[in-house]
Write a protein of this length. Structure first.
Length: 318
């Protein structure tokens, strides 16, 4: 369905030259749910924008169902963007003076087509927006605004949905709700979905993860086993092998030891890594904030482990 061949993108010239993507190649089959993960500056958003027809590559090809996207004329490319691609952004990009339904149906009306009212009603229900149809964006929660933007992306019945950090501006509770909506989009509506994210837990909900760093594809892993097992694989790939998640060396060592030993106390981590306890504690706190670690037991005598993705727990509060 999607074929990317030797894709490169360079911004600027001479001393100001920045290589955002470097010889990137991969393919995506119809119905796949793919995460693109990597640190800031790795080329994730650039790749998504090129796939969506928003930004032209410096070199390489992008094919959708055998059609060379960037060999099309500008008017054909505009139609491609309107009809074949649904874009979802981190900051919603809703029109503030339009209500939920008006925002969702705007792309269809701008394309000169009639709104499928039956599909609209079904989509509003699927996204949990019933009763909110007439609300303006400033009357909605962050999660409701993001679900509205998801609905807007789906109203044109696109060939593929591209999401750029869709939970990056949400709290953890709203993020989980939006993550569930993406599962529905993929499994129940059968949409092909590519999602850029920094979040290993969000990525573990996908069926495949492409790891980017410095404009290169570092690895391409498909889900095997449970969501928890896939999460652990992603953590191992990002923090231990390639440093794709933005963790410092101590944080990477903590994650590596916990993956090897399953559970360790803070004192045992200090002993194994050989740095000051204050250093370990501050880095554990950061890993906890990133949703990578969980503590069991009391703050003084408890132990830490890499979080079991998708499971609830009874962690003590600090």
């Amino acid at each position: 369905m999607i074929q990317v061949e030797h894709l490169s993108k360079v911004y600027g010239k001479g001393e100001n030259e920045v290589v955002a993507l470097n010889d990137v190649s991969f393919s995506v089959k119809k119905g796949e749910f793919v995460a693109i993960i990597g640190p800031s500056g790795s080329g994730k958003s650039t790749l998504l924008h090129i796939l969506g027809g928003v930004d032209r590559p410096t070199k390489g090809k992008v094919y959708f169902d055998g059609v060379d996207v960037y060999q099309q004329k500008e008017d054909q490319l505009a139609i491609f963007r309107r009809r074949q691609v649904g874009l979802i952004y981190q900051f919603y990009n809703l029109i503030p003076i339009l209500n939920v339904v008006e925002n969702m149906t705007l792309p269809v009306l701008m394309d000169g087509r009639e709104v499928n009212q039956e599909f609209l009603t079904e989509l509003v229900a699927t996204l949990g927006l019933e009763g909110k149809e007439k609300k303006l964006p400033n009357e909605l929660s962050g999660g409701q605004q993001q679900r509205t933007s998801i609905g807007r992306a789906l109203m044109t019945s696109p060939l593929v949905v591209l999401a750029d950090e869709p939970t990056g501006n949400l709290d953890s509770k709203s993020g989980k709700v939006v993550a569930e909506e993406f599962r529905k989009i993929n499994e129940e509506l059968g949409k092909t979905l590519l999602m850029v994210t920094h979040d290993p837990q969000m990525a573990s909900r996908c069926k495949r993860v492409i790891f980017l760093k410095d404009g290169y594809v570092m690895n391409d892993v498909r889900k095997e086993g449970t969501e928890e097992e896939f999460y652990r694989t992603i953590i191992g790939e990002t923090s231990e092998k390639h440093g794709i998640v933005e963790l410092n060396s101590t944080q990477q060592e903590i994650v590596k030891l916990l993956l090897e030993n399953n559970q360790l106390s803070a004192a045992k981590l200090v002993e194994k890594i050989g740095v000051a306890s204050r250093n370990i504690e501050s880095n554990i706190k950061k890993l906890k904030e990133l949703g990578i670690l969980i503590r069991h037991g009391s703050p003084k005598n408890g132990y830490w482990e890499v979080i079991d993705c998708g499971k609830k727990n009874n962690e003590d509060t600090e």
